[in-house]
Every structure is written in structure tokens, then in C-alpha cells.
Design a protein around this ligand. Structure first.
Ligand code: PHE
Length: 451
């Protein structure tokens, strides 16, 4: 079977950036930063992205492009021993679990698209937005319908074969998303009282830094960059031989970080302006953003409508390029490993996620079971982002750093000696020592064994 590939280098970058940029940047980053005290968290997050995330992303690219197989099989192929497939399998499982709760939030964006069009944001107070979100997210039916719709879109594109779809849509969507988010950040920063939000975002208070902050920042870095579960290594199996792995990773990291910081510049000034606590949790953007639209363009309802519509459409599309990448990891694995058609494989994935998705959605309202004092939704988020992804990242470091031949890594990084990779020794040092030790310390610290 001929393996599909992306058509161009820029297409490869944008597809990988499409996976990385998503709800993680615009929804999860602001509330994690809000919960963990703001600026100090962000600094630790940036360190995690650039010191640990970039090398691990290059390592994942190396595994995928070298093996030319989806992540569930790539490690076994490279090691010539299928036992190593457990690393990829862990990723496949993490992908399934993330998709289960991610699509719930992705579904919410659809509700907000409709609310924008029907002008559901006009003449409302901040309290109304809080109440509206709570009523909606705790409803047993509406969010479930949106969740199903979102999974259906994802399924449809994955079944069609994502290559053309992903690459093309990413090329159009990413620049538009970028422009919109800049415009909105400017609007948000001109709201009354916005400076308090800026201060929260820019003035670090290190007295708030504890073990949780480190684990939160590391988990967010993995989640936002789509690392630790073989998503980007599956995409790298579609990279051409002239795609430069280091340059691609750096571009994805910079784009992803930029979008997250800009999202912070939108959310925090807006939250402080309307008196909403920045640690409101997962509801944060669904409460603050309608307020921004309302207040910034309140005098001109049509403009408010257009902006909110555009924003939620883009949020939905950004989420879609991420859900596609999550779905693709599992579908490609089932397809390659068990030789079942893409259609069938995708159906199994979608079926599974419908079940976990419905459970996550209900766990925010009707179903009040708690697991380690977390709802099912929060449990999935915690187990994947804070445990499975960093663990997956650690295993990739050990595999590429210690097990895979150094010459293989060097060949991949230099495109078979055609290019230079002067950063190679630092890269190897981080993979072999720095990242594994840092990840382990953060885990151990969280368990309280260091204090
Ligand atoms: N990176 C995506 C986001 O920020 C989420 C994601 C995680 C996608 C892991 C794929 C794999 O929204």
C-alpha cells in the first residue's frame, strides 16, 4: 500500500500546527494558568515547551518518519521487537481517552455558534452568562447532541482520508484564526479594568509556585503541543523526506505558544473587566468571551454577532483539526495492525468515543459519581494530560535517547546528511538526561516525596 504524504513542507507544518493548536490553547491554557496563579505558571510552562517539548517533538517526528507507520506500530518496527509497541499503545489509549472529553468541549463551541447567530448574547449581564453556561453544560441532552455532531464531523473527515482535507483546511484556517485572535486581544485589552488582567498575566508571583504548578505546566505543555501520545509521530509518518524535523518542530512550538499567549491576552483582561475570577475553571472562556463581544461591540449588535460567530466557528475548526488528529492515531493503528478497512476502524473509534463522550458530558450534571473526588470528565483530563502524556514523553525520550541508534537520529535530523543540525548534541543531552530526570522529578515532587 502506498503511504499517503503531505504535499508540501508548509503543509506539513500547518497540519502539525493544526493538531497542536486547539482547545488546549484557547480553552485549557487560560483556565490552567488561572488556577495556578497566572504569570509564574506561564513562565514554567514556556520552559517546559521550549526545553522539553521541542526535543520530544523532534524525537516523535524521528520515530514516525523513520518507521513510516502510525504510532501503535512504529516503536516495534524500529526496535525489531513488537514488545516496544507498548509505548505506542499507551499513546493510542491516551488518544481515545482525550477524544472522549475533548469532543464534549468541542461540542459546546457549536452551541455557542448557534447562540451567536440567534443573537443569544445581546442584553445580557455577566451573571446571565454564568447562569446560561451552567444550565447548558449540565443539561443531559443538548451538550450530548452537539458532542455527537462533533464526533460525526470528525469521523466523516477521517474516513474521507485526512491528507487533502487536513492540509488544505489548515492552510486557510490557521492564518484566519491568527488574525482574529490578534483583533480580539486588542479589543479585550481596551476594556475597562483590563490592566488588572494584564498584570495577572505578566507579573509573576512565585510564592504561589508549588508541586501542582509544575505538574500543571508540564501537563499543559504536552497537551497543547499534542505530545506524548504519538499524534505528531503519526503525522510525521506522512512527512516527505525533505521536511526538516527541527525546523518543523520549532515552527509548531512557536505558533502554538503564540496562540496560547494571545488567548491569555483575550481572556484575562476580559475576565477582570467583568469581575469574573480567573480560576473559574473549564467554563472560563464560555463566560468571558460572550462578555467581550457584548462589551466591545455592544453598541453595534451586528458587529458583536459577526465577531462572536467568527470566533466560535474558528474555535470549532481549531478543535476539529485536533480531534481529527486524535482520531487518526487510533484509526490508523486499527487499520494497519488488524488490517480492517479505514471505515470500520473509524467506526470503532467513533463508537467508543460516543460512549466516553456521553459519560463525560453527563458527569458535569446529571451523573454525580466521583472518582478520587473528580468527575469522570475531570478524571479523563487528569489521567491523560497530567499522567499519560508526560509518561509517554518520558518513554519516547528513553527510546530515542538510549535505545535507538544515534546514527538513525542523526540521519533523520539532517535529512540523510543533506542539512546541518548543529543542535544535535544538546538535543541528545536533553533526551538522554535532562527531560527524563525533569519529568521524573515533577512526578515525584507531586507525590510529595521531596518535601
Ligand atoms: N493539542 C491539542 C490542543 O491543544 C489537543 C491534543 C492533544 C491533540 C493531544 C492531539 C493530541 O487542543
Amino acid at each position: 500500500m502506498d503511504r499517503a504524504s503531505f504535499g508540501s513542507k508548509i503543509g506539513a507544518i500547518l497540519a502539525a500546527a493544526g493538531s497542536a493548536v486547539g482547545l488546549g490553547n484557547i480553552w485549557r491554557f487560560p483556565y490552567e494558568a488561572g488556577n495556578h496563579g497566572g504569570a509564574a505558571f506561564i513562565l514554567i510552562y514556556l520552559a517546559c515547551v521550549f526545553i522539553m517539548g521541542m526535543p520530544i517533538m523532534i524525537a516523535e517526528f524521528t520515530v514516525g518518519r523513520r518507521a513510516k507507520a502510525s504510532t501503535g506500530r512504529a516503536f516495534g518496527l524500529l526496535a525489531n521487537n513488537s514488545k516496544w509497541n507498548f509505548i505506542g499503545m499507551l499513546g493510542v489509549l491516551a488518544g481515545l481517552l482525550i477524544l472522549g472529553y475533548y469532543s464534549v468541549v468541542a461540542g459546546w463551541t457549536l452551541e455557542y455558534i448557534i447562540a451567536s447567530v440567534t443573537n443569544g448574547f445581546a442584553d445580557k449581564t455577566p451573571e446571565d452568562f454564568v447562569a446560561a453556561f451552567q444550565t447548558f453544560s449540565q443539561d443531559p441532552i443538548r451538550p450530548v447532541i452537539w458532542l455527537l455532531a462533533f464526533l460525526f464531523f470528525t469521523h466523516f473527515i477521517v474516513v474521507k482520508g485526512v491528507k487533502d482535507g487536513i492540509e488544505k483546511s489548515a492552510k486557510i484556517m490557521m492564518p484566519v484564526l491568527f488574525i482574529l485572535i490578534v483583533v480580539l486581544a486588542i479589543c479585550s485589552m481596551t476594556l475597562p479594568n483590563a490592566s488588572k488582567g494584564l498584570e495577572f498575566l505578566l507579573k509573576p508571583d512565585f510564592s504561589k509556585v508549588n508541586a501542582d504548578v509544575f505538574l500543571g505546566a508540564m501537563g499543559q505543555a504536552f497537551f497543547s503541543l499534542s505530545l506524548g501520545m504519538g499524534c505528531l509521530s503519526t503525522y510525521a509518518s506522512y512527512f516527505g523526506s525533505d521536511t526538516r524535523l527541527g525546523k518543523t518542530a520549532l515552527s509548531v512550538g512557536v505558533i502554538d505558544t503564540f496562540v496560547a499567549i494571545l488567548a491569555g491576552l483575550i481572556i484575562f483582561p476580559a475576565a477582570f473587566s467583568v469581575g469574573i475570577q480567573p480560576d473559574a475553571g473549564p467554563s472560563l472562556i464560555f463566560i468571558t468571551l460572550p462578555n467581550v463581544f457584548q462589551q466591545a461591540f455592544g453598541g453595534i449588535p451586528f458587529l458583536a454577532m459577526i465577531f462572536s460567530l467568527l470566533f466560535y466557528v474558528l474555535l470549532a475548526l481549531a478543535a476539529l483539526t485536533s480531534t481529527i488528529s486524535l482520531h487518526e492515531v487510533v484509526t490508523a493503528y486499527l487499520n494497519e495492525r488488524f488490517k480492517i478497512g479505514r471505515n470500520r476502524a473509524a467506526m470503532l473509534v467513533t463508537g467508543f468515543c460516543i460512549v466516553t463522550g456521553i459519560l463525560s458530558s453527563l458527569s458535569l450534571g446529571a451523573w454525580d459519581a466521583k472518582f478520587f473526588s473528580l468527575s469522570f470528565f475531570d478524571l479523563l483530563d487528569f489521567v491523560t494530560a497530567k499522567l499519560m502524556l508526560p509518561l509517554g514523553g518520558l518513554l519516547v525520550c528513553l527510546f530515542v535517547g538510549w535505545y535507538l541508534k544515534r546514527s538513525v537520529s542523526y540521519e533523520e535530523l539532517t535529512n540523510y546528511g543533506l542539512q546541518k543540525a548543529t543542535y544535535f548534541p544538546i538535543y541528545m543531552f536533553i533526551l538522554r538526561y535532562f527531560a527524563p530526570i525533569a519529568i521524573t522529578l515533577i512526578f515525584v515532587n507531586e507525590l510529595g516525596w521531596l518535601s
